[in-house]
Design a protein around this ligand. Structure first.
Ligand SMILES: [Zn+2]
Length: 108
C-alpha cells in the first residue's frame, strides 16, 4: 500500500496542477486575443489623446480585473497602450491599491 500523502502535500500538488493548467490555457488564449486586438487597435489611445501617433504594444484593462475572468476577457474593458503609458498607469495603480501585477497582467 502506498503511504497516503498528508494534506499539505496534496494541496501543493493540486495547486501546481491547477496553476499550470490555467497558465497554459490563459497564455494561448491571451496571446491570440491580444494579437487580434492590437491588429484592430494599432495605436496607443492615450498618445492619440495627446495628439501623438504611437504604436500600441500593450493591452491595458481600464477597470483593474484583479483576476476577475469576466473583466479580464471583456474587450470593452481593454485599451491599446504603448509601453510607457501602460507602465505609468500600472505604477499609479500599484501605489493607490497596493497591488502588484506581473508582466502578464495577473496579480502576483
Ligand atoms: Zn502612449
Amino acid at each position: 500500500m502506498p503511504k497516503p500523502l498528508d494534506k499539505r502535500e496534496r494541496n501543493r500538488e493540486y495547486d501546481q496542477r491547477r496553476g499550470s493548467a490555467r497558465e497554459r490555457g490563459y497564455n494561448a488564449r491571451w496571446q491570440k486575443a491580444r494579437a487580434t486586438y492590437l491588429q484592430r487597435n494599432p495605436l496607443c489611445v492615450m498618445c492619440q489623446k495627446e495628439g501623438r501617433v504611437t504604436p500600441a504594444t500593450v493591452i491595458d484593462h481600464r477597470i483593474p480585473h484583479k483576476g476577475d475572468q469576466q473583466l479580464f476577457w471583456d474587450t470593452g474593458n481593454w485599451q491599446a497602450l504603448c509601453k510607457p503609458h501602460h507602465d505609468r498607469d500600472k505604477q499609479r495603480e500599484e501605489r493607490g491599491r497596493f497591488q502588484t501585477v506581473g508582466e502578464d497582467g495577473w496579480p502576483i
